[in-house]
Design a protein around this ligand. Structure first.
Ligand SMILES: C[S@@+](CC[C@H](N)C(=O)[O-])C[C@H]1O[C@@H](n2cnc3c(N)ncnc32)[C@H](O)[C@@H]1O
Length: 433
C-alpha cells in the first residue's frame, strides 16, 4: 500500500479552486485566461475574473441558481450557462451591462452576422461625411484623420442598424471591441487610455471590424458546440446591487461575484473613450449621473455625499469601532497630502454601500445559500483597511451565518506604486448560511 502523501487530483483541484493551493492561483482573480475562451473574449474587461474558476465553483457546490450582483462583462452568467446553471447578473454601468447582455446573444445565427458585417462594410465604403466628436481625447487617441474617418463610417453604418434586432447588438459590440485596437494610444493595465504613450501595432478599422465579426461568428459556432442549443436561462439586469430590484426573493442558492475594490479605480471612466466615440457622452462632465449610482469605491464618485449618514447608521454598527479610527487617521493624513483625497469619506461610503448589498443579497438568496466574493484589501495613503474582515462582519449582520477568507495572492497595487509599502492581498471571502 502506498504511503505517499500526495493529494488526490480532486483534493488538489479543490485546494486550487478554494484559493488554498501553494503559491496562490493567480489567474483565477483576473480576466487574462478568459481571452482564450469563445464569447468571453469578445470584450477585454480587466476588472473581471476567470470564467473557468467560477464554473468550477458552481460545479463543486452543485448549485442550481447563481446570482452575480456586480456582473460586469457577464463572466459569471456565461460560466453558469456552461454548467447548466440558471443565472442572473446585475450591473449598474449601462454600457457594461449592454456588453454583457450582448455576449448572451451568442445563440443568434452566425451566418446572418457574417452577412450583416458585410452590409456594414459596404455602407461604410460609400465614404459618407462623418461627424467627428469634438472631445480632445478623440484627437489625441486618433491622430490619423483618415483612419479616424474610416472608423467613424463603420460606427455610423453600425448605428444605422441599432434597435433593429439582436444581430444589430452583436454588430454594436463588434464595433466597440475594435475601438482601442484602432488607436495608437497606449492603455494602462486597466481600461484607462494613455494618449501620450503609443503602442507598436495599430489595427486598420475595416479589417479590424471584419476580423471581429468573424471572431464573433466562429465563437458562436464553437459555443453552440460546447454548450448546446438550449443553454440555461440567464439575464443581466441594468440594476443597482444595493437594491437588486427585479430579482425575486429567495431566488438564488449561490452568489459568485467581485465587487469594486476600495482602491479608487474609477469605473465611471472605464469606457469614456468608447462612449465619446459612439456619441453617448461629450466628455468627462457627462459621467456625473453614472457616478451617482456606482458603489462608492473611488473618491471621484462621492459628489457631495456626507459620511455622517453612514457613520451614524445602524448598518455600520458591526464595524464602526474599527472603522472610526481608520476614518479619523485618514482625515488627518489627508491634510498633509498634495492630492487631498477624501479616502476617509470613500471608505465610509464603501462599507455603507456594501452593507446595503448584503441586505439585498440576504433577501434574494435562499436560507443556507453559499456566497463567494473575490475581493482585495486596501490601504489608501498607507492606512490599512481590512476589507474582507469588515465585509464578512457586515454580511453576518445582514443575516448570513458565517464568513471566512482564503488568500489567493499578494497584490502589487496602485497604492504600492504610489509609494506606500503596506502589504496587500486578494482572495475569496466565503459567506454561508
Ligand atoms: C470587479 S467588477 C466585476 C467584473 C465581473 N466579475 C466580470 O468578470 O466582468 C465590478 C463591477 O461592479 C459594477 N458596479 C459598481 N457599482 C455598482 C452597483 N451599485 N450596482 C451594480 N454594479 C455595480 C462596476 O461597474 C463593475 O463592472
Amino acid at each position: 500500500m502506498s504511503t505517499l502523501m500526495v493529494p488526490s487530483f480532486t483534493e488538489a483541484t479543490e485546494r486550487h479552486l478554494l484559493g488554498a493551493a501553494e503559491g496562490g492561483s493567480r489567474n483565477t482573480t483576473t480576466f487574462a485566461d478568459n481571452m482564450k475562451l469563445p464569447v468571453h473574449r469578445w470584450f477585454r474587461y480587466s476588472a473581471g475574473y476567470s470564467a473557468e474558476w467560477a464554473g468550477s465553483l458552481m460545479r463543486h457546490w452543485g448549485v442550481e441558481r447563481v446570482l452575480d450582483p456586480f456582473s460586469g462583462s457577464g463572466t459569471t452568467c456565461l460560466a453558469a450557462q456552461e454548467q447548466k446553471v440558471e443565472s442572473t447578473g446585475t450591473e449598474v454601468h449601462p454600457m457594461v451591462a449592454r456588453i454583457a447582455r450582448t455576449k448572451l446573444l451568442w445563440t443568434e445565427d452566425p451566418d446572418e452576422l457574417r452577412d450583416r458585417v458585410g452590409d456594414v462594410l459596404r455602407v461604410a465604403a460609400l465614404g459618407r461625411a462623418v461627424e467627428v466628436p469634438t472631445a480632445p481625447l478623440i484627437a489625441k487617441c486618433f491622430p490619423d484623420t483618415e483612419a479616424l474617418h474610416d472608423l467613424l463610417r463603420i460606427r455610423d453604418a453600425v448605428l444605422e442598424q441599432e434597435g433593429r434586432d439582436n444581430i444589430a447588438e452583436l454588430l454594436w459590440l463588434a464595433f466597440v471591441s475594435i475601438i482601442r485596437a484602432c488607436s495608437p494610444a497606449g492603455t494602462a493595465q486597466w481600461q484607462y487610455v494613455l494618449p501620450n504613450r503609443t503602442k507598436s501595432r495599430v489595427a486598420e478599422p475595416r479589417s479590424a471590424f471584419e476580423a471581429a465579426g468573424e471572431l464573433f461568428a466562429s465563437d458562436m459556432e464553437m459555443r453552440r458546440f460546447l454548450v448546446g442549443d438550449e443553454p440555461a436561462r440567464t439575464t443581466v439586469l441594468h440594476t443597482d446591487a444595493r437594491t437588486l430590484r427585479d430579482v425575486a426573493d429567495e431566488w438564488a442558492d449561490a452568489v459568485i461575484t467581485s465587487p469594486p475594490y476600495a482602491n479608487n479605480y474609477d469605473y465611471a471612466d472605464t469606457l469614456r473613450l468608447e462612449q465619446i466615440l459612439l456619441g453617448e457622452i461629450e466628455g468627462w462632465k457627462d459621467l456625473r449621473p453614472l457616478r451617482e449610482v456606482l458603489l462608492r469605491s473611488a473618491t471621484q464618485n462621492m459628489g457631495r455625499w456626507k459620511a455622517e449618514e453612514a457613520l451614524d447608521s445602524p448598518l455600520l454598527s458591526p464595524i464602526i469601532d474599527e472603522l472610526r479610527p481608520v476614518y479619523d487617521e485618514l482625515a488627518e493624513v489627508r491634510k498633509g497630502r498634495a492630492g487631498n483625497k477624501a479616502y476617509n469619506v470613500m471608505l465610509a461610503g464603501y462599507f455603507y454601500d456594501n452593507a446595503q448589498v448584503f441586505r439585498a443579497l440576504r433577501q434574494k438568496t435562499k436560507p443556507g445559500a453559499k456566497v463567494c466574493y473575490v475581493v482585495g484589501d486596501s490601504a489608501p495613503y498607507g492606512v490599512h483597511a481590512p476589507v474582507e474582515k469588515w465585509l464578512g462582519k457586515l454580511a453576518v449582520d445582514s443575516g448570513f451565518a458565517s464568513w471566512s477568507f482564503s488568500k489567493v495572492r499578494d497584490r502589487n497595487t496602485k497604492w504600492k506604486n504610489r509609494k506606500h509599502s503596506h502589504p496587500l492581498h486578494e482572495g475569496y471571502l466565503w459567506i454561508e448560511g
